[in-house]
Write a protein that binds this ligand. Structure first.
Ligand code: ST9
Length: 447
């Protein structure tokens, strides 16, 4: 079964090894998973990540110049490699970056990340991870003689994010690091970690794996990426894991309920739920009665609409991080309204960017509770786009979030066959989360 993508785990120092597998120098932070404060000096400021990206893709800060600049990217086509063999291999440390988010020392920056409960907005962290992942891939594919890159790198998948620390403080500096850990022909796996300052040490709080895909200068077709050469047994293990991850993703998608019937056990679950909603007074399959302490799935929905303005775009596509933040915040509100108390996110399952969201489109987000158990609420967010001219809607993403509520929550009951499939899918995502019972209340992550 597929592992949950964002998982809260009890973490002892040393459970994560930042930059693990990297062989030397400043790229090899302490194996124990802790940075000392004086080691933070080589980091770039979080605001510079986007400046650097702008420079690399040749984007402007205003829309009119940006459109022109994107047109000019056509000229970069000639720099694209005809085959992967024509590209020089890179090492993991070539793409290694450290980024500082100085929440402690820059109060004006803190405002952007602050929740009303005085914790860090997790949606903002998702956005930063997305931008960092793209920058890391550009470092891997850097052409040393050119300032701009002919590649358009897009986020394809948030494979997993493991939270490893209790609540994130908005008053302590945060540090990110990451590097490319595996490459295919046109795709790259990126591993990133996040640390927060405690005393004079940066301690691990989050571990993330994204998959990015390289496209040509105009983002119209695939483009080759530089090969990756592991340099040590640790790096070889990371690379091998990347290969296994690819196989695991294929296997997981082939058993999707969109392709295959539910298992016998799952069918029994659904039938028993159906029987428990039949009205004993009428011998009929049609009269349905909601059991006590339960909610019909259709009554657990929240929806939102975004008009996709140019502000958050790359290659005329809306940033993946922005989409993740919007979906996450809607899911949080859905869990809050369903459970009637404050929810804490415990898992984010793989977020697949199936289709781009074009600047100017309408983005419809639809969030729904699809499975519950004890204090846990499994929320699914479906996102689709429509252009202003055409009425036709296209699915771009499906997000799965697991929340833990302060109180026990009602059961959710499907009425239709389609809702039953949503229920089973939610259950699969919930069960793929390892050890929810071990999660503690102080492992808080807010919207
Ligand atoms: C006022 C003006 C303002 C302007 C501001 C401008 C500022 C710019 C600078 C600041 C930038 C900062 C923002 C950071 C941007 C972040 C990037 C994004 O968000 S990007 C936006 C958000 N993202 C999007 O919009 C992306 C939307 N999605 C897509 O476009 C497509 O689905 C696709 C391209 C990702 C794949 O298309 P598909 O037809 O399937 O392609 P192929 O069959 O050719 O396969 C190619 C390779 O991909 C692999 N692979 C594929 N899928 C997966 C997967 N799920 N899982 C794993 N792997 C996957 C597949 O195995 C193969 O690998 P390999 O064997 O070659 O190694």
């Amino acid at each position: 079964m597929r592992r949950a993508a964002l998982r809260l785990c009890a973490l002892g120092k040393g459970q994560l090894t930042p930059g693990r597998g990297l062989t030397q120098g400043p790229q090899n932070p302490k194996k124990q998973g802790i940075f000392h404060i004086h080691e933070a000096c080589s980091s770039i400021h979080v605001n510079h990540v986007r400046d650097k990206l702008r420079e690399i893709v040749g984007a402007s800060t205003n829309w009119r110049d940006h459109v022109k600049a994107m047109e000019e990217r056509k000229l970069l086509h000639s720099f694209l490699a005809k085959s992967q063999d024509g590209l020089p291999p890179r090492r993991m440390k070539d793409s290694y970056i450290e980024v500082l988010l100085p929440l402690g020392s820059e109060p004006e920056l803190r405002e952007k990340y602050l929740t009303v409960q005085n914790t860090v907005r997790f949606g903002r962290i998702l956005e930063d991870l997305d931008s960092l992942g793209v920058l890391i891939c550009y470092m891997h594919n850097k052409i040393h003689s050119a300032k701009m890159s002919p590649l358009s790198i897009v986020t394809a998948l948030v494979d997993k994010i493991d939270m490893c620390k209790k609540s994130l403080s908005p008053e302590q500096d945060i540090k990110f690091s990451g590097h490319v850990s595996w490459v295919g022909k046109t795709s790259m796996e990126v591993k990133m970690q996040m640390f927060q300052l405690h005393g004079d040490e940066f301690c691990p709080v989050l571990d993330a794996t994204f998959v990015m895909v390289a496209r040509d200068s105009e983002n119209k077709g695939p483009a080759f990426v530089n090969p990756l050469i592991p340099e040590s047994p640790e790096e070889e293990e990371l690379f091998r894991q990347g290969e296994l991850n690819k196989g695991r993703r294929i296997a997981f998608s082939s058993t999707s309920l969109l392709k295959m019937a539910p298992s016998a056990e799952e069918r029994t679950t659904i039938h028993e739920m159906f029987l428990s909603t039949l009205d004993p007074k009428t011998i009929s399959f049609r009269s349905r009665v909601l059991p006590s302490n339960a909610v019909w799935m259709e009554n657990s929905k929240l929806k939102s609409l975004e008009i996709c303005h140019p502000q958050r775009n790359i290659f005329n596509r809306i940033f993946g991080g922005f989409l993740m933040r919007k979906a996450y915040e809607l899911a949080w509100a859905t869990a809050c309204s369903f459970g009637g108390s404050r929810p804490f996110v415990v898992a984010v399952d793989d977020i697949m960017f199936q289709k781009p969201v074009e600047v100017g489109s309408l983005l419809f987000l639809s969030s729904q509770v699809c499975f519950t158990q004890n204090n846990y609420i499994q929320v699914r967010v479906h996102s689709e786009v429509a252009s202003l001219q055409e009425k036709q809607h296209t699915t771009t993403n499906v997000f799965h979030f697991t929340f833990m509520s302060e109180k026990e929550v009602p059961l959710v009951f499907p009425k239709t066959y389609g809702e039953s499939m949503l229920y089973l899918d939610g259950q699969r995502h919930f069960n793929s989360m390892s050890g929810p019972a071990t999660l503690r209340k102080d492992y808080l992550v807010e919207p």
